[in-house]
Design a binder for this molecule. Structure first.
Ligand code: SAJ
Length: 420
């Protein structure tokens, strides 16, 4: 099998840097390229500016061993990987300009026999577009390069493990490209490598995240129906999931992050008439956050009508999912913004995973809980599970804290009637 000596990885973010590090660890020299001088400086000092367990130790090690170095401009290699962001524009259309800019930056240094792998989440057809872009500028290389698409599937917080152990889907622009890319990934991936073409591999990534979005939308829709029907949705889902072929996910305050809340639009924008369920799931998951805002405002109004004064409200959690510090596309942050736009009086914002925030003044979770008349659970952080169950406060539980408290045996602290 072919061995590889030098790789250039473009984009040293959440995916690119761990990937570059893992490749370097496998004994291949890696040139990491990033447009941000701060990232380049940090990596060359063996440091990182993102939060990911164990990555700092590994980066330091491979930099000290001179297996990884960072640069602002691409350096000649035999394999190039692209892991740059693909955001969407205002109208939810994918923006592949970073992928094309990365491609253009290496076109002058490409040579016959080189392999190029795109890892960025991309709309269907991107790899072919990259191929056409390269061959239009370097026609002498036509059919002499290997070009493939191989999406990542890692979960932030567990990236190093998953990069190595997850199965991968690899799709080339032709069979030779697929084969060559498989040989490359075999150098540092232990999971299975499944071969396909580039369009299927691109769609596969989009479909994985859309599938999860649709499933979460089902759970979120149930939570809204059950609220109207006077049914405890957590108990309902637990019971329904006793069926051997039913597995309903967990409702929350919406869907956040930079993947599941974004990738389905790459399908919807291209196939608007055909992607009815995928589009509707996006709507439902976005609506869930709006619904939570209305619930909080309504609870506040009810309290004011009953007691003649404003309640103190604790908004528990700002991250886009439990036990992380990442606020990107966070529905909890959106909810806090909307609720506080209306009125800031008596509002307390809690996020135990970050020390400070440039917009919100953060309150310690225990203090906020103790002082609050209304406790709103937005994110199921572990810290909140330890808080006592009380019935002298109104609890708005949008993320299933109460169910998890039952599982770990948290008892009621007081026995007075619910007062709203
Ligand atoms: N969520 C719920 N209920 C659930 C599960 C999740 O409301 O039952 C919410 C979370 O709170 C969060 C959002 O969904 O707001 C997304 O969280 P997640 O843990 O489902 O996914 P991400 O965005 O951290 O990572 C996803 C993963 N994709 C799939 O599970 C199909 C990961 O494997 C991908 O690599 C990643 O997207 C990516 O980079 O595309």
């Amino acid at each position: 099998m072919k061995t590889f000596d030098v790789v250039t990885t473009i984009g040293l973010g959440y995916i690119g840097l761990p990937t570059a590090t893992l490749i370097a660890k496998s004994g291949i020299h890696v040139n990491g390229i990033d447009v941000n001088p701060k990232v380049v400086d940090a990596v060359n000092k063996g440091q990182i500016i993102i939060v990911e367990p164990d990555l700092d130790v590994l980066v330091k090690q491979v930099v000290e061993e001179k297996m990884l170095s960072a640069h602002l401009e691409p350096i000649r290699a035999e394999v190039y990987t692209i892991a740059v962001p693909t955001p969407f524009k205002g109208n939810h259309e994918p923006d592949i300009s970073y992928v094309l800019a990365a491609t253009n930056s290496i076109i002058p240094i490409l040579e016959e026999g080189d392999l190029l792998v795109i890892e960025s989440t991309s709309p269907v057809g991107t790899t072919e577009q990259v191929r056409d872009t390269i061959y239009s500028k370097r026609p002498e290389l036509e059919e002499k390069l290997f070009i493939a698409y191989c999406p990542e599937r890692v979960l932030p917080g567990n990236i190093l493990y998953e990069l190595k152990h997850n199965d991968r889907v690899i799709g080339g622009i032709d069979e030779e490209s697929t084969q060559k890319a498989c040989e490359f990934f075999r150098c540092f991936v232990q999971g299975e490598l499944y071969k396909t073409n580039s369009r299927t591999a691109e769609m596969c990534k989009l479909v994985e995240n859309s599938s999860r979005d649709v499933q979460i939308a089902f759970a979120n829709e149930l939570s809204i129906i059950c609220d109207k029907a006077g049914i405890n949705v957590w108990e309902l889902i637990e019971l329904a999931n006793k069926h051997p072929r039913v597995n309903i996910l967990t409702p929350g305050c919406g869907v956040g992050g930079h993947c599941i809340a974004v990738d389905p639009y790459f399908i919807v924008s291209e196939y608007p008439l055909e992607s009815q369920i995928i589009g509707k799931a996006r709507e439902i998951n976005n609506y869930k956050a709006f619904w939570c805002v209305e619930k909080i405002k309504n609870a506040k109004l009810q309290y004011r009508l009953k007691y003649g004064n404003d309640p103190k409200i604790a908004l528990m959690g700002m991250a886009f999912k439990p036990n992380i510090d990442d606020l990107r596309e966070s529905p909890a942050k959106y909810i806090a913004q909307k609720v506080m736009q209306a009125e800031q009086n008596g509002m307390m914002v809690v996020e135990p995973n970050i020390a400070e925030h440039n917009i919100f003044k953060l309150t310690n979770y225990q203090e906020a809980f103790d002082r609050a008349d209304i406790v709103v659970y937005l994110v199921a952080h572990d810290e909140f599970l330890k808080l006592p169950k009380v019935n002298d406060k109104l609890i708005l539980d949008f993320c299933g804290i109460s169910k998890r408290q039952v599982l770990i045996g948290v008892e009621y602290k007081k026995k007075s009637p619910i007062s709203t």
